[in-house]
Design a protein. Structure first.
Length: 280
């Protein structure tokens, strides 16, 4: 990856993380941990996906379904960065009557599917991909799942269906941060070996480092080259990535920072953004 492009992505991802913290702090509720772990992924995707903030419903757009819908703060922050709506909206997250609620909703510009109930998003993404095949439309569908979410049986029904119909316009990304609301995924109900299971269901499987833009680019370039199979990208990530006291702490799955924690988180992220900007 070009050094300047990598640096720009790193700066954008940092601003996305600041938007996540801003949202959940002002909401006094939300899910920062898993939102922070997918910030780099979403930053990269929305730099390469065929989308247009001025025409968010264009038929030929690429689609993204956030199957782990509770991490909506990450999606909202990225959409705001891309210009789908003003960043000021992030401060009204989860407020009554506000545009941005706790889970994605299709009335929000840039959101392709209302989601929240775990396991259902990938089924919708499979339907979108199948529709594209039937209509000979050249768009790609991306869906993001949590590693705890794939304990849901519906995920594997959708996986079997996608492979049977050869949906090579579909990419599912599993955010493998190792933690879910009740603790470690290996303690709650282990979905491992995740790579082997998707491969057994007929998917082309790729692994990547969720916080290395060079590796992210490598993974998605490989995904684009695959024909005849859906692609599963298993990204190894850190829950709470970017905020020191949130990293790898299950308690930040669904808790909002208080004022002192908010100020510390924003101070850390602001310092990182200043460091990155000094490199330009």
């Amino acid at each position: 990856m070009d050094e300047l492009i990598r640096l720009q992505l790193q700066k954008t991802a940092c601003r996305v993380r600041m938007g996540i913290i801003e949202g959940v702090y002002n909401a006094k509720s939300g899910h920062p941990g898993g939102s922070l772990s997918i910030a780099d992924l979403l930053t990269y995707l929305y730099s390469v996906m065929n989308v247009d903030p001025k025409n968010p419903d264009m038929p030929e757009r690429d689609r993204l379904v956030l199957s782990k819908g509770h991490t909506a703060p990450a999606l909202y922050s990225v959409l705001a960065e891309r210009g789908f709506f003003p960043k000021e909206e992030l401060k009204s997250l989860r407020h009554i009557g506000a545009l941005l609620q706790g889970h994605p909703c299709i009335h929000i510009p840039g959101v392709d599917m209302s989601s929240g109930s775990l396991g259902q998003g990938i089924s919708t993404a499979v339907g979108m991909a199948l529709s594209g095949k039937h209509r000979s439309q050249d768009y790609r569908v991306y869906t993001i799942l949590g590693d705890g979410e794939i304990q849901e049986g519906q995920v594997w029904e959708a996986a079997m269906f996608a492979a049977h119909y050869g949906l090579d316009n579909l990419v599912a990304i599993v955010d493998n941060n190792g933690l879910q609301i009740d603790g470690k995924i290996t303690d709650v109900c282990s979905p491992e070996p995740i790579t082997d299971k998707f491969a057994a269901f007929g998917w082309h499987v790729i692994t990547m480092n969720a916080h290395d833009f060079d590796d992210i680019e490598r993974a998605f370039r490989e995904a684009e080259s695959i024909s005849g199979q859906p692609v599963a990208i298993i990204q190894k990530s850190v829950k709470g990535k970017g905020v020191s006291f949130m990293e790898n702490q299950v308690g930040w799955h669904g808790a909002a920072p208080n004022q002192e924690q908010y100020e510390q988180a924003m101070s850390e992220l602001s310092a990182e953004l200043e460091r990155l900007e000094a490199l330009a």
